[in-house]
Design a binder for this molecule. Sequence first.
Ligand SMILES: C[S@@+](CC[C@H](N)C(=O)[O-])C[C@H]1O[C@@H](n2cnc3c(N)ncnc32)[C@H](O)[C@@H]1O
Length: 254
Amino acid sequence: MARYGRQTGELMVVIVTRTNEIPQQNKLVNEIVARLPKVKSIVHNMNSKKTNVIMGDKTEILWGSEVIYDYIGDIKFAISARSFYQVNPEQTKVLYDKALEFAELTGEESVIDAYCGIGTISLFLAQKANKVFGVEIVPEAIEDAKRNAELNGITNAEFAVGEAETVIPAWYEEGNSAHVLVVDPPRKGCDEALLKTIIDMKPKKVVYVSCNPATLARDLRILEDGGYKTIEVQPVDMFPQTTHCEAVAKIVLV
Ligand SMILES: C[S@@+](CC[C@H](N)C(=O)[O-])C[C@H]1O[C@@H](n2cnc3c(N)ncnc32)[C@H](O)[C@@H]1O
């Protein structure tokens, strides 16, 4: 897997193997470094599982830095190998701006960013909110998110590792809530336990960023049955020349 920071020109190469061994590892690393001067990081990831998930849990740095850097708008992001990063650099800013517009923040709000990855959307939101809480299942992504807040001098964003459907219900049970909740789940959509907590917590607004219209429609039905109304859904072409379509939905409590 190759990951490219469009704004910085930095390149990360991730070699994913089934076993722990890379035959002729040093030779391979030296060749990559010699031929690709933009490479800042070479990482080995091991995935012995037969699944459609590309990377396994175990990573080691073979050469260079643990992260590469990139900018979306004015915000600088450190991105490590196992962290999610949107694949379309042109359209990512369009997508995040739409999410921010739908959130209609005034500076007073507490916001939860569920499925926050390296804190991309969270840090966009933090500039217009009172406080942002991000939740994400991949520990390395949360380390990146914390580093990214610091890197950009953003002090009103906090991040927690865990399943959104476990962490957010637990926060709610402890008496915490949010004015605005942003979700950006993987293709399978939001877990039912999270949707139930949203309905109980009653944030005034939900912004749903989705890469799968089918699960978006399914989850909107559940939210609408729970007292919400979908105001607008804006498709964003993140995957041109494919059948895939990203979308952002603005949902309000009625
Ligand atoms: C579509 S990505 C969005 C990430 C981020 N919002 C962005 O735009 O870069 C979905 C993220 O959800 C995370 N994730 C998957 N299942 C999760 C769960 N049950 N709870 C929390 N995060 C989860 C993935 O690791 C991934 O980072």
